[in-house]
Design a protein around this ligand. Sequence first.
Ligand code: 5AD
Ligand code: SF4
Length: 473
Amino acid sequence: MHLPDYKEARTRDKRKYNRMNFLFDKDILNKYCGKKYFIKTYGCQMNEHDSENIGALLEKLGFISVDNYLDADLVLLNTCSIRENAHNKAFGMLGRLKHLKNEKKDLIIGICGCMAQEASVVSEILQDYKFVNFVLGTHNIYQLPNIIDKAIQENKQQIEVFSREGDLYENLPVIRSNSYKAYVNIIYGCDKFCTYCVVPYTRGRERSRKREDILAEIDKLILDGYKEVTLLGQNVNAYGKDLYDDYNLGNLLEDIAKKDIPRIRFMTSHPWDFTDEMINVIAKYSNIMPSIHLPVQSGSDRILRLMGRRYTRESYLKLFYKIKDTIPGVAISTDIIVGFPGETEEDFLDTLRLAEECQYDNAFTFIFSARDGTPASRIEDSVSIQEKEKRLYRLNDVVNHYFLENNKKLVGKTLKVLVEGISDKKNMYYGYSETNKLVNFDSDMDLQLGDIVEVSVTSAKTWSLDGKCKSSN
Ligand code: 5AD
Ligand code: SF4
């Protein structure tokens, strides 16, 4: 049994990591043929992509996927720790699974993802959730098949969570949930230690994948007909720093942009690591999408300092305008936290004014949630939850207003849209534009999913556009 420990998880050193080639243990290949699995994924794209690997590992064991957890022989929760509500949702699901297990004694229940890395969660599971068969950390997903096999064969709870990251495993199997858009990890972990954030503890040190491994994965995706890749990392802009002296996200983007892939996206970018060189590369290549997620978190210098964000309002705005001025038609989205401990009305007004100034194309807004073990969780907080909720509403009013205003400016324009499906409700096609706007549209021609088509925008809503297809390429 390996239990997580935050003290160990926060340590950083200059260790070199091996890049290992994953090999499936042949002794357990198809051992559980015909058994059914259900994965419930919480949280970010990183987790969604992990679930694509986890699903493939389970299928190698012989499991088949089902859409309803009630039909499953194995239910796996791929969890998120970022805010308390993600936590609560996973524990709520565990409650339901407890009832199910009373009726279905052989049900296997597992927990993986960020919550598995939290010592407090694991001790709660050990004490109060003895029906959970296994807990697996974020650093050792590659061990999943063997842990499941052990949990079943020994009929004993398995807890395998490494506090510190180990080797990087390449060539994990994957079953992607989308046939046209693919996630590609480029860097794991985060070294920024923003004071409110649990990710540097749950996901470990920044570790970049080798460029040749990333480029080979993208070559394969192109051969398989993928039209869009999203490069993933907690902070993609730190790509390469731990591995190369002279190869960074700008170089990687350029190498990918020279390939025959129509759309490249990347997320998330910490403003601190955003260089002019990267901005110029994004501007230079038409297949790097002009859509940048640039979390600001707060508009108050005082709060930014307390958050440990390493930039000021002024330096953020300088970067913001550099991106706007250099990349034609760029859409910028952001993340904002309200109600950081001790945030005053004046601090909050700074955030509101920044949101007014930046007129973001999209924004994810959150109320601060104290996370165990983070420095911000120890700051005394005088702001009531009612006040924080009011601030969130006030902020949402401002950001929503600009989503609509920005969308209205697109009416009458022609956008390139990757056709993703037909919406059930409206019987219209839908897809995303280059700037990542959801577009619902009619077409006189039959369209193939995965096509990139030109759509003339006819009307704007806050979170989507309506349009009519002009042509297919
Ligand atoms: N409370 C509220 N929001 C948080 N985020 C990260 N940690 C917290 C927290 N403790 C938000 C940040 C980040 C996004 C992924 O989640 O805005 O950019
Ligand atoms: Fe968390 Fe900050 Fe790292 Fe983003 S950059 S994952 S907010 S610590």
